[in-house]
Design a protein around this ligand. Structure first.
Ligand code: FAD
Length: 333
């Protein structure tokens, strides 16, 4: 039985491991478009601030992958899926057959209409590649502007401040608010960040970014003119589902799955940040971003690909370390 997994992130690699641990004979191929061995995205800040070494980011060494018998095709992008023929097409038009397929392609930061023209001036912080580039630039960076939302934005702001950088955070909201589970603290977060030395500009957004002699000039809707060495910005996180566009696999913002993580197409499963699953309390589909969710879904998808019948239960909160303060956060509301 050939199990093909698209995406070498937490969900994909957990599924691969689960399958091989339960069935040594199964053929497992993981296709990931990043150039690195599978790594722990949630530890990127620790790596950037030199709290851990690069090796410690990895889920597996090459030796461990071999031992487990997982075939990793890194640096390979899956272009299309053809469920009726049970095959996928890679970027260089290689065709690969599968018996069971898992889509675990995660999500990426995206820009709205206003920021899109300035993409080349904007830095992201969501992959090891972004982190390596940033690590190179860090010594020359003094001032940073961050515009965005979500807990990954909070992670970035705090990491930069911890590294002694001057940080300006721009938010459309009246206050710096992030989706935390500690509702009391959520109200105090704005003051907490200001006390840590982070400048916060509220009810505003970036409308123009221009390169200048020694960095960037940034203009906001409230006509503030700012200068900075680097601009981080994103409007939202979006599931990476381009590879299903031409298929009949049902989707909304993400790939729709049932509690067994099956998609609308036979023998195709999906897990992690790329899926939307029904939330019984919200009475709607939602994307349950975050590490605990991706881990759990990876495990369940792996078992179900082997013919078991496991159901996923919503993992509500993620644990988040905010400048030494341990908090529970919701990745997505
Ligand atoms: C800086 C940062 C800090 C974070 N901190 C935390 C935290 O403290 N706690 C927490 O719970 N969560 C945290 N997260 C979120 C967490 O890392 C994600 O929720 C988790 O990685 C999702 O796992 P995934 O396997 O679904 O997707 P990903 O880890 O994103 O992996 C998906 C992989 O698939 C690849 N891919 C996409 N499309 C294709 C294709 N067509 N072909 C081949 N490969 C493809 C992608 O390049 C990627 O490598 C953090 C995220 C970031 C960016």
């Amino acid at each position: 039985m050939k199990h093909v997994i698209i995406g070498a992130g937490v969900a994909g690699i957990t599924a691969a491991r689960t399958i091989k641990e339960q069935d040594r004979e199964a053929e497992v191929v993981v296709i990931g478009d990043e150039l690195f061995l599978p790594y722990k995205r949630y530890l990127l800040s620790e790596f950037l601030s030199n709290s851990i070494k690069r090796d410690e980011l990895l889920f597996f060494s090459i030796g461990m992958l071999k031992e487990l018998g997982i075939k990793l095709r890194k640096g390979e992008h899956v272009k299309t899926i053809e469920p009726l023929k049970k095959l996928i097409k890679l970027h260089h038009n290689e065709v690969m057959h599968y018996d069971k397929l898992l889509i675990a392609t995660g999500g990426s930061p995206s820009l709205g209409l206003v920021l899109r023209p300035y993409k080349k001036h904007i830095s992201f912080y969501s992959s090891l590649y972004d982190t390596l580039v940033l690590k190179e630039k860090l010594p020359e960076i003094r001032k940073c502007i961050v515009f965005g939302n979500g807990v990954s934005c909070l992670d970035l702001i705090c990491m930069l401040r911890n590294l002694g950088k001057q940080v300006t955070y721009i938010t459309k909201e009246e206050q710096a608010t992030f989706a935390l589970n500690e509702y009391d603290f959520e109200g105090e977060l704005h003051t907490f960040l200001e006390e840590k030395g982070i400048e916060i500009i509220t009810e505003d957004q970036i409308v123009l970014i221009e390169e200048s002699d020694n960095g960037y000039k940034v203009e906001t809707i409230q006509q503030k003119m700012l200068t900075t060495d680097i601009v981080f910005a994103w409007d939202y996180y979006k599931p990476n589902i381009a590879c299903i566009e031409d298929s009949a696999i049902e989707k909304k913002t993400g790939i729709l799955v049932n509690v067994r993580l099956e998609t609308s197409e036979k023998d195709i499963y999906a897990a992690g940040d790329c899926v939307e699953i029904y939330h019984p309390c919200l009475k709607n589909y939602w994307i349950n971003f975050g590490l605990p969710n991706a881990l759990e879904q990876g495990k369940i998808a792996g078992k179900n690909m082997l013919g078991q019948n496991e159901e996923y239960k919503i993992q509500e909160a993620i644990v988040f370390n905010l400048m030494g303060k341990s908090l529970k956060a919701r990745w997505w509301k």
